[in-house]
Design a protein around this ligand. Structure first.
Ligand SMILES: Nc1ncnc2c1ncn2[C@@H]1O[C@H](COP(=O)(O)OP(=O)(O)OP(=O)(O)O)[C@@H](O)[C@H]1O
Ligand SMILES: [Mg+2]
Length: 327
């Protein structure tokens, strides 16, 4: 996939079109990039784990790193991509890895480094993880594993202790805005004011999300930013403020009706909007704050478990109206 993506830069999604091809192009992630650049330069490379939230550059760093090592001449002889779902049958993975590590490249010598990139490693069940650990241990000296995951605590200790762990963080606003502005310039986009701020707000440090929303929004050709909120599944700020006003009056019926003005929003996104407001609203006393936060956390859990959005939000509205009335 990585080898093919740039060959069709007009048809691939922007997240692929603008994926960094060298570590120099990776933004943010501080010392991780420096450490990888040193590894690449000295060709002294351990097995590695890249862990952290989605869209923060784990896959991009792995691709850029391997690309830098091979001077931009990435070939299928030197990189094997696997996914956790492939590992359901560890025997197949073992054979695939064996065939890959013993294959001889026509462009490099047999001792040349080879990389196995295993995505979503935290989704591999514990037993196959033990098998994977043996595979890593028995791999030829020129083979390096780069495991990627969102939660490293889902990996077994013997794997963690055999790899250098790099923890990626959510990208800060300046980094997200910088990348979005570069893309907008290259694509010659004309966007309404504040588009980039809103993109940051709705992507929350996930650059993939931000780029995808930018690409979709650019197709709509509108000056109305509420369309961007809608695309991302958030209620527009106007609707949200009306909701807050209604809650402050403890008006349950009207608060619930407001949701129907913007029916496309996702329940959890609304909770995040509410949380941002709760944490920055000076009029909420410390007495009622814990109740509200507990309510939001409870509804968040229920929504993640698949409960009905409207029913859950109605119960949260009831709680908000009650605590506001009592305060
Ligand atoms: N640190 C970064 N520097 C430059 N571009 C980035 C960075 N992080 C993400 N991107 C952009 O966002 C897209 C998605 O990033 P990437 O695939 O590396 O995320 P990831 O951390 O592997 O996410 P996931 O956990 O979902 O696999 C990339 O194609 C790239 O365009
Ligand atoms: Mg990835």
């Amino acid at each position: 996939m990585f080898i093919r993506a740039r060959e069709h830069s007009d048809t691939v999604p922007w997240v692929e079109k603008y994926r960094p091809s060298s570590l120099k192009e990776i933004q943010g992630q501080g010392w991780i990039v420096t450490a990888l650049q040193n590894f690449a330069e000295k060709k002294k490379i351990p097995h590695m784990i890249f862990s952290g939230p989605a869209g923060t550059g784990k896959t991009s760093c792995a691709v850029a790193f391997v690309n830098d090592i091979f001077g931009g001449k990435l070939s299928s002889d030197s990189i094997l991509e696997l996914n956790a779902s492939d590992s359901v049958r560890m025997d197949t993975v073992r054979n695939e890895i064996k065939a890959f590590s013993s294959s001889k490249s026509i462009i490099s010598d047999s001792d040349a480094l080879k990389f196995i990139i295993l995505d979503e490693a935290d989704n591999i069940p514990k037993d196959p993880q033990h098998a994977l650990r043996r595979i890593i241990e028995k791999s030829p000296p020129n083979v390096r594993f780069i495991l990627m995951c969102n939660y490293e605590n889902q990996l077994i200790d013997p794997i963690l202790s055999r790899c250098a762990l790099f923890r990626f963080i959510l990208l800060p606003k300046t980094t997200i805005l910088e990348k979005l502005k570069k893309i907008a310039k290259k694509e010659k986009l004309k966007l309404p004011d504040n588009t980039f701020e809103v993109l940051y707000l709705i992507s929350k440090g996930d650059l993939r999300k931000a780029i995808n929303f930018l690409q979709i929004f650019s197709q709509i050709e509108t000056d109305d930013l509420s369309g961007l909120y809608q695309i991302a599944g958030y209620v527009s700020p106007t609707v949200f403020l009306e909701f807050i006003k209604s809650i402050k009056k403890s008006d349950f019926n009207h608060s619930v009706q407001i949701f129907s003005q913007d029916p496309f929003f996702a329940g959890r996104n609304f909770l995040y909007q509410l949380l941002d407001w709760v944490l920055s609203e000076p009029s909420l006393s410390e007495k009622i704050l814990p109740n509200i936060l507990e309510g939001i956390a409870e509804i968040d859990f229920r929504l993640t478990m698949g409960s009905d959005r409207d029913l859950q939000l109605e119960s949260l509205v009831a709680l908000l109206c009650e605590v506001v009335k009592e305060s």
